[in-house]
Design a protein around this ligand. Structure first.
Ligand SMILES: NC(=O)c1ccc[n+]([C@@H]2O[C@H](COP(=O)([O-])OP(=O)(O)OC[C@H]3O[C@@H](n4cnc5c(N)ncnc54)[C@H](OP(=O)(O)O)[C@@H]3O)[C@@H](O)[C@H]2O)c1
Length: 261
């Protein structure tokens, strides 16, 4: 997809990756609607970008998602590109998760992309073109200990992306699933950073991931798994999950200390 002049919606726009991606898309000539819940940060970002609109909303509820979709439709009419980037993380033993926090994470990471797609897809279908980009994670293909809720949300997002891509194959609307490995952004708590250092986890700079997301859009890719050897482990886990159990066992024991901090 050629981004120039396209009507682009970006959720999570005020975040670590979102703000860098918003700048990159604006530089490529996109007509942007930026979505996030942090109104001051969002407004400040929109002001820096030529013609960008800011829509403040909470994607943790169905009402919040509908409000955001209504605002987008009244600002843009139709949408060419929806990038579902907003997300939450959780790193703790599953029995210590608060039930409401589980619900919130699943809503933001999985239900919000599904609801926004459901509400904005009709305009893409009627124009016979468009793209939905869902930002998942390597944790959406490899279930990681102490990240059970997060992994579940990203597995769901990957399944949704695959099914919808197949469903829309003859419509002109495309679906891209992007799976970064760990990235240096505020999403990762001190405990995650310390666990990452102790286990030798690779962490990318947001700029690297942004470049790959933009390339996936440019090249009409159905998916993009970012980082080696993580992208290889995704394939190995799909065919030999017991081998990955064994490979991760030591790392899981080290990570346990940090998950309980
Ligand atoms: N960082 C990583 O290691 C990593 C690795 C793989 C994949 N990813 C994925 O990449 C995406 C972007 O992550 P990031 O690293 O840029 O994280 P980030 O810096 O925390 O940005 C996420 C953005 O989503 C927003 N958000 C959270 N809950 C929301 C809600 N209820 N309504 C509206 N907006 C909400 C956050 O707002 P607040 O700041 O107000 O919470 C924040 O601006 C996520 O989907 C994440 O799962 C990240």
């Amino acid at each position: 997809m050629n981004i120039i002049g396209k009507k682009v919606v970006l959720t999570g726009a005020a975040g670590g990756m979102g703000s860098a991606l918003a700048v990159a898309l604006s530089q490529r000539g996109a007509q942007l609607v930026l979505v996030d819940r942090d109104a001051p940060a969002l407004q400040a970002l929109a002001k820096r970008l030529d013609g960008a609109h800011a829509v403040t909303g909470d994607l943790a509820s169905t009402t919040g998602c509908k409000h955001v979709a209504d605002e987008i439709s009244s600002l843009l009419g139709g949408v060419d590109l929806l990038i579902n980037l907003a997300g939450l993380n959780s790193f703790r033993p599953f029995e210590e998760e608060d039930p409401q926090a589980i619900e919130r994470l699943i809503h933001v990471n999985l239900l919000a992309p599904m609801l926004l797609t459901n509400l904005l897809l009709p305009s893409m279908l009627s124009q016979g073109s468009g793209r939905i980009v869902n930002v998942g994670s390597v944790f959406g293909s490899i279930g990681f200990a102490w990240f059970s809720t997060y992994s579940a949300s990203k597995f769901g997002l990957r399944g949704f992306s695959e099914a919808l891509r197949r469903e829309l194959a003859d419509t002109g609307v495309r679906v891209t699933y992007v799976a970064p490995r760990a990235v240096k952004t505020p999403m990762n708590s001190d405990a995650i950073i310390r666990m990452g250092e102790a286990t030798g986890m690779n962490m990318d700079l947001p700029e690297r991931v942004i470049t790959r997301i933009v390339a996936a859009i440019d090249d009409d890719r159905k998916d993009s798994y970012i980082g080696f050897p993580e992208s290889l482990f995704v394939r190995i886990n799909a065919i030999l999950p017991r081998l990955v159990d064994w490979m991760l066992a030591k790392q899981n024991r080290i990570a346990a200390k940090f998950a309980r901090l």
